[in-house]
Ligand binder design. Structure first.
Ligand SMILES: Cc1ncc(COP(=O)(O)O)c(C=O)c1O
Length: 437
């Protein structure tokens, strides 16, 4: 057992006296019966422990801000948990800003990121006093300055820089390499700062931002990223005589989806980051900026599981046994999108009957709708409940209504009780925006 992101399962996951899998004192078989499947389940104690570990790991730094990347999983109840843990928010859309407001959280706790923010989104963000906008490109600088002028404001901004650092993760979740849609190439930083200082009088540049990618296991990446940012702060100081006071290094820490995954802990990366900050600030003679870190996956992933009911089973002799569940790529598109791997267990098996190698298929009309290829499960039968681990991040937030399926409900496990935090979508809601001519 390691720290939360180094474990596949939520804290306190075990087989209970009834022979069922339970998390945080809640019997998953009973929960599946009561709330139906597919069902997203989030364990509050696991979320809070990881949030606490992040704060503790970076506590040696005097000026540090923890920000939750909402894109991993955004619901009003989840936002409230992170707010109560003292986290700010990284938001990337009108919807995420609106959800924060719905949870009673002020946007003065949020940074607005993204590579193509719309004029409406910028207007909403500024009207609601967003703390920072991380500006991604020249087009947006122009839009944002115009909006700030219209509202009579000076908007604090970061410049999102592409640090040209390649991390070894799936190409769809790499963001810091040269060929990326995100951020200003650092060869353009000088030109951009000049433009801001001379032309955009309603913008105040406070810091630099970058994010190299997601599901990162290589700790050295953070060292390289910090060096790039601190060096740029030095260059900006030399050329324009302005002192930037903040660096936002994004998120990216990986989690353990399968036993083959060995991610570093938050304490391992904090150690690298703190040392890199010290070393580079001395090396480049830069005053230590406030560090902002905005993890998503590692804060919420392990806390979440998805429960499914097994339906049809197809055994192709000597080739493959498919067991199909009542969800799939609509509630978790990651396996079909970028071959993401998951671990799973049968919830309701008292003892090991017979471990069988099977493939867990979804119910959607795509051959690629396979949740887990080749997994050993304990004698899976139709009607059994399957628990897929580590689905807290990028599952609900990436879900769709494919095949006109209904988005699943979500429950929060809190002190031995399961509480609904997202209701199951209804058929009426599915067609409510249809216009019949
Ligand atoms: C700008 C930015 N910050 C933070 C994150 C969160 O990354 P992760 O969930 O890997 O921690 C992302 C993810 O794509 C991002 O683009």
């Amino acid at each position: 057992m390691g720290f939360i992101n180094q474990d596949i399962k939520p804290l306190d996951t075990k087989i209970n006296n009834s022979g069922n899998l339970e998390i945080g004192g809640c019997d998953l078989s009973e929960i599946a019966k009561k709330y139906k499947t597919p069902l997203y389940v989030i364990d509050k104690a696991t979320v809070e422990t990881m949030a606490h570990d992040y704060k503790k790991a970076f506590s040696a730094l005097e000026n540090v801000k923890m920000v939750y990347a909402s894109k991993a999983l955004m619901t009003s109840a989840v936002a409230k948990i992170f707010h109560d843990c003292g986290f700010g928010f990284d938001v990337v859309s009108l919807g995420e800003m609106y959800t924060l407001k719905n949870a009673g959280i002020d946007l003065s706790h949020a940074t607005f990121n993204g590579n193509n923010k719309s004029p409406e989104e910028l207007e909403f963000a500024l009207k609601n006093n967003i703390a920072r906008v991380s500006v991604d490109n020249f087009y947006e600088l122009e839009l944002l300055d115009r909006e700030a002028k219209k509202q009579g404001k000076i908007q604090k901004i970061f410049l999102r820089i592409n640090p040209r650092i390649e991390c070894h993760t799936h190409e769809y979740i790499q963001t810091g390499q040269l060929d990326s849609k995100f951020g200003f190439d650092f060869s353009k930083v000088s030109e951009t700062v000049k433009l801001i200082l001379e032309n955009y009088k309603n913008l105040e540049l406070t810091g630099l931002h970058s994010h190299v990618g997601s599901q990162i296991f290589e700790t050295s990446i953070f060292n390289d990223e910090i060096e790039v940012l601190i060096k740029e702060i030095r260059n900006i100081k030399d050329e324009f005589n302005i002192q930037l006071t903040e660096i936002n290094i994004g998120g990216g820490l990986g989690v353990k989806y399968t036993k083959e995954d060995v991610p570093p802990s938050v304490y391992d990366i904090a150690d690298i980051i703190i040392k890199a900050l010290d070393k580079n600030c001395k090396l480049y003679n830069v005053e230590k900026p406030t560090l902002i870190i905005e993890p998503g996956r590692s804060l919420i992933s392990t806390a979440g599981v998805t429960l499914y009911t097994i339906g049809s089973i197809k055994d192709i002799e000597n080739i493959r046994k498919y067991i199909s569940v009542d969800g799939g790529m609509a509630d978790n598109p990651r396996p079909s999108m970028y071959q993401a791997k998951y671990s799973a267990e049968i919830v309701n098996k008292k003892e090991t009957v017979n471990m069988e190698k099977v493939t867990v298929a979804g119910k959607f009309c795509e051959s690629g709708d396979v949740l887990i290829k080749d997994i050993e499960l304990n004698s899976p039968k139709s009607g059994d409940i399957l628990c897929v681990y580590n689905t807290g991040s990028y599952c609900y937030s990436m879900s769709s209504n494919y095949n006109s399926s209904l988005r699943p409900a979500m429950v929060l496990l809190d002190k031995g009780e399961a509480k609904i935090i997202v209701k199951r979508q209804t058929l009426e809601q599915l067609v409510q925006n249809d216009v019949l001519l």
